[in-house]
Ligand binder design. Sequence first.
Ligand SMILES: Cc1cc2nc3c(=O)[nH]c(=O)nc-3n(C[C@H](O)[C@H](O)[C@H](O)COP(=O)(O)O)c2cc1C
Length: 187
Amino acid sequence: MPRILVTYASRFGSTAEVAAAVGDELTAAGFDVDVLVAGPQIQVAKYDALVVGAPSYGRNWLPDAVLLVMANAERLSAMPVALFTTGMLGVKNPKSALREHEEIVETLREHAPGLNPLSTALFHGSFDRDNLPFCLRLLDRMAGTPRGDHRSWEAIRSWAQHVGELFADALNETGTNAAPRPGEQAT
Ligand SMILES: Cc1cc2nc3c(=O)[nH]c(=O)nc-3n(C[C@H](O)[C@H](O)[C@H](O)COP(=O)(O)O)c2cc1C
């Protein structure tokens, strides 16, 4: 059974929950899935395909996820990869948020030139101003970041199912054994 790593960075936990939901869908599709926080302990070589996700903070992914991509650039260029970003900009301004997400992916590709994700996605995140230190809370009051949990579990799960299909096709093409066909449960 192909092994998939869903790895993520998260400051306040909402992206970790998105990663877990992506992992659940890939498991339901018949893959052997680990969901792990991004960091130097991650051994990408153990996996056949990879999903990397991170929230946008100041128009950039959290550094742990960027570092994981940089540190594994060569390996990532030779395996199926999907990327997702979470953020709040899109709640009020979808076009700007999409541009921001595309710039993030472009920057990742500069860090890891062979990176060619099969799919990328931007999801609304979750934001609670009370989590911020006092000075940032004041700054944020001016920035007007939308508050609350805006994650669409339907969008997240539907993207994860799509990624499962893309991974199955890619792994079958490269001859990785027993990649589940879409809709087929591995036994
Ligand atoms: C200081 C700060 C900066 C942020 N910058 C951005 C940003 O540039 N773009 C965006 O879409 N969301 C931004 N957000 C919203 C976060 O990406 C969002 O709340 C995300 O869901 C947090 O994920 P986490 O709970 O995994 O840390 C920012 C939030 C904070 C607190």
